[in-house]
Design a protein around this ligand. Sequence first.
Ligand code: PRP
Length: 215
Amino acid sequence: MNDERYLTFALGKGRLANKTLELFEQIGITCEEMKDKHSRKLIFVNEELKLKFFLAKGPDVPTYVEYGAADMGVVGRDTVLEENRNVYEVLDLGFGQCRMCVCGPSAARELLLHHERIRVASKYPNIAREYFYNKKHQTVDIIKLNGSVELGPLVGLSEVIVDIVETGSTLRENGLEVLEEVCRLSARMIVNPVSMQMERDRIQKLVRRIRAFKL
Ligand code: PRP
């Protein structure tokens, strides 16, 4: 019987995972085991609903889902775009809203306007490349960083950055500003293409429940 199989969810660690679990709880999907903050367990099970959950680093979530190690995942759209894995994006969960932007000191506006060959630092080199090369047709040098990307223009590593802007306070506090918007972001539910075929009913039912709850 179809329902005998566990459906496995990979959740990006941190705020998105907490929000996702809150949402699931509101539609009656709970996982008591996961609430124990001292637990060192990695995989949590809801025996009754035949669901499993595990927490992973955000950028690894699409990898687990593409390979079928997880049937489904929840991760930011930034990660979906950057990782570009073979997964279906089935739902915009609406939370975790922010923007991917080109940011820098206001003086860098000119460099963008005149399509200068500038250096762009980012945790998201693929998104940055896609934006500058394919959308703006501007040749730039992209430098991959792993965090605190705002340092780039401050210490002279790059002229601009491509990064997530939520409240804008990191930019403000460092004398930087949004120069261009690349795209809007929020949490997305992704599904393994084979799971989508094999478990279509269960997955669609879940997606419908979340959609109905959010509307
Ligand atoms: C993210 C992002 C910005 C900041 C934006 O960084 O990279 O630095 O949040 O938020 P704000 O607009 O509300 O200030 P994160 O905290 O994830 O750390 P990181 O810089 O190490 O990636």
